[in-house]
Design a protein around this ligand. Structure first.
Ligand code: G6P
Ligand code: ZN
Length: 561
């Protein structure tokens, strides 16, 4: 037991409501006296009794190495000791990727985990920090728990702490603090690599590289947490040259970069792959759960296609699925329908859930979903309960090795075209309008909701597209019966084309409007067309119907993916 617990009076801070993925705010906000302590106390007090509560708990703690990690780790130590937590499992220097934390929680049968990351948001003293709680299944806390955390932050009057000397997280090993709590500092990479070895056929991949000595891979760690994972995997395990990795040192400010793997923010990778003749390029985000896959000669795998292609090859190319089978597939609502075509062809159950990885967890726990993905560069499977960037990259390398065994010389571009030849192509793109005026964005959504209620657009044709249905997506969780309403405006056309609009739940400043457009083609002559050109008519319809420019004042999006 902690020897001397001190009770510190505090007052609530506004806005400590966990969003899609925990609490994300500017570092300066977290640095306010008591701010971080209040939130950590609220987490500890919200660990459900059904999961054992904080007293006697084992918690995994890890972050992506961003600025303010060190200070937060020390706060977690003190408050956990005071709460009677029995053990903290912490990565060396506090660094563990989000998927690796999920794996550790499951593997070590921990009570839960605290993740210190703002994912793909920029880091550093003037940027973002974040704190998120994951449950014993390794997945993000469900809404009843995050609501409980929020309720506590609104009325908190005190937090409990103990005086302990600063803990050194740079040495592996076990130490005791605060009179009774154990801290185990572990190598955050080792268990994760073991997990990958269980899932993928490393020998087959090595053989592919041995037989294709000129096949060049470039992995971009974006100065985030996956650098050490990528280095260990590609250079040390798979034996690829050092020129196969870039930006692999985690930096507190990600080197000033925006650690989000898409064509805009990972343009260094894109440029190098195209200029230096790489065959395969991949990047992961700040905390390692997102991924981007590209091929040589400007081939880009849109995340919606990526999950569909992984699902298509899973049972043949990946031992984990060969062994366990593929039970079902799932995607978030704005993600394209490409995955649905694979599910239909393979006779698998498939689900459409709201945006947010947490919605996949119930389906996986109930063994009804094996592979899932989101358009927001998230792909994963039921091996853990977070999306997993390095896993997705390994899945792609496995597919490349498998396809090349049958048809030597197949490029990423060839794999995409082959897929379209079987299923048709869903052209897909997302337009982001970041940091727009919140009132304007709300008014725009309110007007679209009015159009849903009046039904006046249904049956009408705009720019050649006839509206079949229009709604605000609502999800009934088939496992626990919970209902999530208002998850995004959908305009669905006769030919399965779709326009989706929703407001981001992860921004830390202003509102972000996301516009998703999708158009299906089963005409082989169109499969190699440029995405933006193919979608232009539908994008024009979206802008016309939503009056986006009028409501946001924006002519152009901030980012197109
Ligand atoms: C995080 C979650 C994803 C989700 C994304 C949506 O990355 O982990 O599951 O798709 O946020 O973000 P948004 O900004 O669109 O709400
Ligand atoms: Zn992330």
């Amino acid at each position: 037991m902690a020897t001397c617990i001190k009770t510190i009076p505090t007052t609530p801070f506004e806005g400590q409501k966990p969003g899609t993925s925990g609490l994300r705010k500017r570092v300066k906000i977290f640095q306010q006296p008591h701010y971080t302590e209040n939130f950590i106390q609220a987490i500890l007090d919200s660990i459900p009794q059904s999961e054992g509560g904080a007293k006697g708990a084992t918690l995994v703690v890890g972050g992506d190495g961003r600025y303010y990690l060190d200070e937060t780790l020390q706060i977690i130590v003190k408050l956990s000791a005071a709460a009677g937590v029995s053990k903290l499992i912490v990565g060396k220097n506090g660094i563990v990727s989000t998927p690796a934390v999920s794996n550790l929680i499951r593997k070590r049968k921990a009570t839960g985990g605290i993740l210190l990351t703002a994912s793909h948001n920029p880091g550093g003293p003037d940027n973002d920090f974040g704190i998120k709680y994951n449950m014993s299944n390794g997945g993000p806390a469900p809404e009843n728990v995050t609501n409980q955390i929020y309720e506590i932050t609104k009325t908190i009057k005190e937090y409990r702490t103990v005086d302990v000397p600063k803990v050194d997280f740079s040495q592996l090993g076990t130490q005791q603090v605060g009179g009774g709590m154990t801290i185990e500092v572990i190598d955050g990479v080792a268990d994760y690599i073991d997990m990958l070895k269980y899932i993928f056929d490393f020998d087959a991949i090595k053989e592919f590289f041995k037989n294709n000595k000129n096949y060049k891979v470039l992995f971009d760690g974006m100065n985030g947490v996956t650098g050490p994972y990528g280095y260990r995997l590609f250079v040390e395990e798979l034996g690829l040259p050092e020129s196969s990795v870039m930006r692999c040192k985690p930096l507190p400010d990600f080197g000033g970069a925006h650690p989000d793997p898409n064509l805009t923010y990972a343009h260094d990778l894109v440029e190098r792959v195209n200029k230096e003749g790489y065959d395969f390029g991949a990047a992961s985000d700040g905390d390692g759960d997102r991924n981007m896959i590209i091929g040589g000669n400007h081939a880009f795998v849109t995340p919606s296609d990526s999950v569909a292609i992984i699902a298509h090859y899973a049972k043949d190319a990946i031992p984990y699925f060969k062994k366990n089978g593929v039970r079902g597939l799932a995607r978030s609502m704005p993600t394209s329908l490409a995955l649905d075509w694979v599910a239909k062809k393979q006779g698998l159950e498939h689900f459409e859930v709201p945006t947010g990885w947490k919605f996949f967890g119930n389906l996986m726990d109930a063994k009804r979903c094996s592979i899932c993905g989101e358009e927001s560069f998230g792909t994963g499977s039921d091996h853990i309960r977070e999306k997993d960037g390095v896993w997705a990259i390994m899945a792609w390398i496995s597919i490349i090795a498998y396809v090349n065994k049958q048809s030597p010389g197949s490029s990423v571009h060839d794999i995409l075209q082959k897929h379209y030849n079987i299923y048709g192509r869903n052209f897909f793109s997302r337009y982001d309008y970041e940091d727009v005026d919140g009132k304007g964005a709300d008014d725009m959504v309110a007007r679209l909701n009015d159009k849903i209620n009046s039904g006046e657009w249904v049956g009408q044709t705009f720019g050649g597209f006839k509206v079949k249905t229009m709604d605000n997506f609502s999800y009934n969780d088939p496992i626990d019966g919970s209902v999530s309403k208002h998850q995004g405006i959908r305009i669905i056309f006769d030919d399965t084309s779709r326009i989706v609009m929703r407001l981001s739940g992860t921004g830390s400043q202003g509102a972000t409007v996301r516009l998703y457009v999708e158009k299906y083609s089963d005409k082989p002559a169109e499969y190699a067309n440029d995405t933006q050109e193919a979608l232009k008519p539908l994008i024009d319809v979206a802008l016309e119907l939503s009056l986006l420019e009028k409501y946001t004042g924006r002519k152009e999006p901030t980012v197109i993916t």
